[in-house]
Design a binder for this molecule. Sequence first.
Ligand code: URA
Length: 486
Amino acid sequence: MRTVTLEGRGAFDEWRDAARALLADRVAPDQVRWQLSGEGADLFGAMLPETEPVDVPSGTAVPKGFIEAAEAAICHTDPDRFSLLYRILWRLQAERALLQVSSDPDVSDLVRLIKNVRRDSHKMKAFVRFREVDAVQAGRRRFVAWFEPEHFIVARTAGFFQRRFTDMDWLIATPKGSAAWNGRDLKSSQEPAARPEAEDETDELWRTYFANIFNPARLKIKAMQSEMPKKYWKNMPEASLIPDLIAGAERRVAEMAERQASQPPAFHERLQAQWRGREGEEASVDLPPLERLRHEAAGCTRCPLHCHATQTVFGEGPKDSEIMFVGEQPGDTEDLAGKPFIGPAGRVFDEAVAAAGIDRTQVYVTNAVKHFKYERRGKRRIHMRPDAGEVAHCRWWVAKEIEIIRPRIVVALGATAYLSLTGESRPIAEVRGMPIPMQEGRMLLVTTHPAAILRMPDPDLKARSLEAFRSDLQGVRRLFDTLPAL
Ligand code: URA
C-alpha cells in the first residue's frame, strides 16, 4: 500500500506529480491511500504490506478533457477527490472513452465535483465586494475583499478579477486562500487568510443600487435565494436590505398599481405652448451660444419623435465642462421633467460617477436623441430604442453641443451614443474602455448604458456589469487626470 500526503488546497500540480509517479510504478488505485498533510499517518494503512505492482495497459497518454476536468475537480473540498481522480486516470489507460460514459459512477461523481466548483467560482465572481483601504499607493487605489467560498477556488478564479479590475490594487482574502494583484503580478496563496477589517462608502453605494434595482412586482423569493444563497449574505452590504424589501413588496406593488400612468400633454397643447415660446425668438439671438442652442432645440421638429414626447430634453452642465457624457435618449421620468438622467438609470449613473471621484455638477450630461421614444402598453409608456434615422437627425444637436462646450473627454454611454458620435454601429464590447481620438485632441471613451444594466434579468450578470461600468468610469477619471488641456 502506498500513502501519498498532499497539501491539497486545490493545487493540481501536486496531485499530478504524485499520480504520474504512481502510474509509472503501476500502483493500482485500491493500493493508494491519499491523505492531507496535518491529518496524521493512517496506522491501519501503514500496517498493510507493500504490494507487487500490477499490470496496467501500456501508454499513459491522457485523453483530451481529463486535465481540464481534474484541474476543476481538485479544487473541491471532497476528501475523496484525489482517489477518484486517480481511479479515473487509471481506468482511462484501458477505457479511452470513459469520460463520455455519463452513467458511470466515477464519471458522474467527477461531473458533480466540477459543477460544484464552477458554481462556487461563479458566485465568487458575482458576490465579491471590494472596499477601499487607506491612501493611494504609487498612483493606484487599493481595495480588499473578504469572501467565504465552499471550495478551493481562489487561485482558479483570480484571473477573472485581474482582467476585470486591472487598474486597481486588490487583495481577496478567504478562509481557503487568498489572491492579490498589484498591476504587475497576480499572486495567490493556499493558506487560510484572516478577515481584513474595512468598510467604506462603497457599502452604501451597493445598498442604494440594490434598493433601486429591486422590483417588488417581480419578486420570486425562492429564485432569488437560489441565485443569491443566504450563506453569502453576511459579506454583501446590500443583503441587509433584503428582509425589509421582501416584507414591503406587497404594499409597494399595490401602490404601483394605484399610481396613474405618466401622461404627456396632448400634442396640440404642447405645440401651442411651443409656438408661444417662439414669440420671444428674436430675443434668443442675444443669449449665450449654449442657451441659444437649448432654446432652438426646444422647438425641434427634425424627426417625428417630437409629436409624442412631452418636450425636448436638452443637455445639462457647465458650459466649460471638460467631460461630456452622452446617453441614448430621455426616459419616462426625464421626458416629464425635461432633465437628462434623473430617473432610475440616472441614479445608477450618479452613483458610479461619484464612486469614480467625478463631480456630476462639473460635467455635461446629454443624450444622442433629445425626445423620448416609447410605445404605449396600457397605462405605461415603454422605452423604444431610437433607430439610425432618428439618431442621424439628432446628431446635429450633439455636434453643436460638443462644438460649444469643447470637452476634453466625451463618454458614450451605450451603442446609440457611439453611433451618434462616430457614425459607426458596433457592439460595445469591441470598443469599450479604449480611448478613441476625436477632433481637436479630444478623446472618446465608450462604456455600457446604465439602463441596459438595470434591464438585465440575471442578478449575477447585473452585478458584474455594474462593476464593469464603475470600473470604466474610473478609467474616465484616470484619463481626465492625465490628458492635457485642449
Ligand atoms: N437614459 C438615457 O439615455 N438618458 C436619460 O436621460 C435617461 C435614461
